[in-house]
Design a protein around this ligand. Structure first.
Ligand SMILES: O=C(O)CCC(=O)C(=O)O
Ligand SMILES: [Fe+2]
Length: 269
């Protein structure tokens, strides 16, 4: 079977029928050029301000979610995985009001909202492949397993990604298996060994964004982050995820417990 050409879309204030159908069929969608270069830079700058504050205050968790620290190429301590970063900078909380981003809620339907105060809020991942980095890749997983761990039923959950780095094939990055959002619960639980298995899958596709691109993937879709095959500055990759959800409103606060799945962050390297 010939492989279909990779398709990207343009995000407007409402989704087109074609975009909705693509997402429903494949479980992911990729929009090009959603944020301009100045906006991308302002987001990176804002993350560095939050990082400075969290390092100086020794912040270990936000709303119960562990913050992952690591070491940059120059030996400096950095945050490699922020949680709820939208609650710590208006640059990111304001961004979520963008009509184009709001239009993505159509992919879920009634009761849909951006999970600004739920789950892990807006997560900001900063990967770099260097000798002391603590975050270079992530094994196979689905994001929805979290709900099963929490004993809840599987509410609709999509993950919106804002890509802040332009990737080349040698940079590694997001790999997904299209269509796995339609698998049954058994496959969602056991298709692969969660977070431990990093092996390429014959059906995976590489998401190769430019800085400013936006993706959405279904919470049931299997995906991983491949390690960059280059090291140093060229391997730096920043990407933000925010959940789009429906169902019962379950906001977190500073007294929220650390959940089992959140401890997985510790084994991710
Ligand atoms: O970094 C990525 O592109 C994906 C990260 C991811 O899958 C996650 O944080 O759950
Ligand atoms: Fe994920």
């Amino acid at each position: 079977m010939a492989t279909a050409a990779y398709t990207t879309f343009t995000l407007g204030d409402t989704l087109t029928e074609e975009q909705k159908a693509f997402f429903e069929k494949h479980g992911y969608i990729h929009f090009s050029n959603v944020l301009d270069a100045a906006t991308v830079q302002s987001i990176i700058d804002a993350s560095e301000k939050v990082q400075e504050k969290w390092i100086s205050e020794n912040v270990e968790k936000i709303n119960g979610v562990p913050i992952k620290y690591g070491t940059d190429l120059n030996g400096n301590k950095i945050v490699q995985r922020f949680a709820f970063i939208n609650q710590h900078t208006t640059v990111l909380s304001e961004l979520l009001k963008d009509a184009r981003i709001q239009s993505l809620l159509e992919l879920i339907g009634p009761g849909a909202r951006i999970g600004e105060n739920e789950k892990d809020g807006m997560v900001f991942n900063h990967y770099v492949n260097g000798p002391e980095s603590k975050f270079t890749k992530m094994g196979w997983h689905t994001d929805g397993l979290r709900d099963i761990f929490m004993g809840g039923r599987l509410n609709p959950m999509l993950n919106m990604g804002l890509h802040l780095s332009t990737l080349q094939p040698e940079n590694g990055g997001l790999r997904i298996i299209p269509g796995t959002h339609k698998q049954g619960l058994f496959s969602m639980l056991f298709k692969k060994r969660y977070f431990i298995d990093h092996r390429p899958d014959k059906n995976e596709i590489a998401i190769m964004p430019k800085a400013g691109d936006l993706t959405v993937h279904d919470g049931r879709l299997w995906h991983r982050v491949a390690q960059s095959s280059v090291v140093g500055e060229a391997s730096r990759r920043r990407v933000i995820y925010v959940p789009l959800i429906a169902g019962k409103y379950e906001p977190k606060n500073e007294n929220s417990p650390t959940l089992f799945y959140q401890r997985f962050a510790g084994i991710v390297k």
